[in-house]
Design a protein around this ligand. Structure first.
Ligand code: XMP
Ligand code: MG
Length: 183
């Protein structure tokens, strides 16, 4: 990971340039938190953070929540079932009972929407009282599933982004700005 200057990040042969500035991210997160504080004023939601990408967004969002809430962390593992053709995704790490709870699922980015749809389907099978999705980023033109996103930080074009929790090949999560792959 090389930062030749503040305006460029090079990882292997890829170059990333600033896309959404840290200040804009924080301002938007405060707005989302205000909305959640209002809409969950009389509930105690369980925040379900999808690791790894959402960890920084979730932390900053939670710091701006003023309602009582709990937090838990899940991972989504992709694997190919032995006799099945498609890729299935399995939720790892959920030890809480979610039946009857109001869940807010926190994602870094919704791209095709396949991941978040499967996560919600699996969570729904345990009969929570409600599920809302909060995603920092959303690529509407990449979406392949119809899905109701309750809290969206930024709608972006269909380009590869990294930083602020998102990675390229495991690298680049630790930038305050969101960067985009240079075309
Ligand atoms: P889907 O297509 O299932 O994708 O909505 C969800 C997961 O894919 C990863 N993803 C990205 N990661 N920059 C990234 O660093 C991107 O532009 C990007 N698009 C998708 C991400 O892990 C997300 O949870
Ligand atoms: Mg992710």
């Amino acid at each position: 990971m090389i930062f030749p200057d503040a305006n460029m990040l090079a990882i292997n042969d890829k170059r990333f340039v600033p896309f959404i500035a840290a200040e804009a991210i924080q301002t938007r997160i405060q707005e989302l938190a205000d909305q959640i504080n209002q809409e969950y004023a009389d509930r105690k939601p369980l925040i379900v953070v999808v690791l790894n990408g959402a960890f920084i967004f979730a932390a900053d969002l939670m710091k701006n929540l003023t309602i009582p809430c709990e937090v838990t962390f899940i991972r989504v593992a992709s694997y190919t079932a032995t006799e099945s053709t498609g890729q299935l995704r399995q939720i790892l790490g959920l030890s809480e009972t979610i039946t009857g709870r109001d869940l807010i699922v926190i994602e870094d980015i919704v791209d095709t929407g396949l991941t978040i749809c499967e996560v919600c389907d699996q969570l729904r099978s345990q009969q929570p009282a409600s599920i809302a999705i909060a995603t920092l980023l959303f690529k509407p033109t990449a979406l392949k599933k119809s899905i109701d996103l309750h809290y969206v930080g930024f709608e972006i074009e269909n380009r590869f982004v990294l930083g602020y929790g998102l990675d390229y090949d495991g690298i680049g999560r630790n930038t305050k700005d969101i960067m985009v792959l240079e075309e």
